[in-house]
Design a protein around this ligand. Structure first.
Ligand code: GLP
Length: 263
């Protein structure tokens, strides 16, 4: 695992956006050989999306031959609902880059048959040859996508019930009213994320310090879904100083020294 510690949210976002753009450019995607990118929502990736838009506007990267797969969507929210993850993605990223609408994939939380939608989503990912780079955030309780604590490490896309912790955390987008936050979501599984060739997780802020500790130092346990990252061969955690409060000093120094030796 690579742990990249940046000064603050802005430098974390710039670092992550540059890595994504470089991976796309190195891959040199074509219509027959698209780059496949997994994407999250939440406040953490907003800065990275801003930087990606800037890199696109200055001509550094094109998304013309990039396919995207979003991690999750609330069950029951229409795609044009202001808090749907569809709306979030178009407002924060897709409307500002040259991606083709037909290359964007987001689970349909309004599908009549949600189980069928979940299976279809996995099939489409498989059909394009899997995900090259999955970008993710993490919940304060260690959840990835909407895989709450104790989700199986073997899970694939499915319907899940959100915990009170997650609904409370996300109620800030729903007028701070927990009752307005949907109770269920359609989410890729832990295994779906971990099957990507490379996984990059963004962790920012003191409220994520426990999650960063669990990701890097904690035991591998389904109680902290993020801890499964330790088993991935190409995992990168990009975090800011504020999130490092629960890391051992020796762990912090070790990863800092590793990155310094690279440049
Ligand atoms: C939601 C999303 C996750 C995200 C998490 C943390 O639950 N489903 O993908 O990682 O929120 O969000 P934030 O970055 O706003 O803290």
């Amino acid at each position: 695992m690579r742990v990249v510690i940046q000064k603050d949210f802005l430098s974390m976002s710039k670092w992550a956006a540059k890595l994504i753009a470089d991976r796309i450019n190195e891959f040199n995607p074509t219509p027959d050989r698209p780059f496949v990118l997994g994407l999250p929502t939440g406040s953490t990736p907003v800065g990275t999306y801003k930087e990606l838009v800037a890199l696109h506007k200055e001509g550094y990267v094109s998304f013309k031959h990039v396919f995207t797969f979003n991690m999750d969507e609330y069950v029951g929210l229409e795609s044009d609902h202001p808090q749907s993850y569809h709306t979030f993605m178009w407002e924060n990223l897709f409307n500002h880059i040259d991606i083709k609408k037909e290359h964007v994939h987001i689970p349909d939380g309004t599908a009549k048959d949600l189980e069928a939608e979940a299976l279809r989503y996995e099939e489409v990912i498989k059909a394009v040859g899997g995900i090259h780079l999955f970008l993710g955030g993490v919940g304060g309780d260690g959840h990835i996508a909407f895989n709450e604590p104790y989700s199986s490490f073997d899970s694939r896309t499915r319907v899940v019930t959100l915990t009170e912790h997650t609904r409370r955390a996300n109620s800030r987008f729903f007028e701070n009213k927990i009752d307005l936050v949907p109770r269920h979501a359609l989410t890729v599984g832990v295994k779906t994320v971990m099957s990507a060739k490379e996984v990059m997780i963004l962790i920012s802020g003191a409220n994520k310090a426990q999650a960063l500790h669990a990701a890097v130092e904690g035991p591998i346990t389904q109680a902290w879904p993020i801890s499964t990252l330790q088993l991935h061969k190409e995992a990168i955690v990009v975090c800011d100083e504020a999130a490092c409060g629960e890391l051992k000093v020796s762990t912090y120094n070790y990863f800092k020294a590793l990155e310094e030796a690279l440049v």
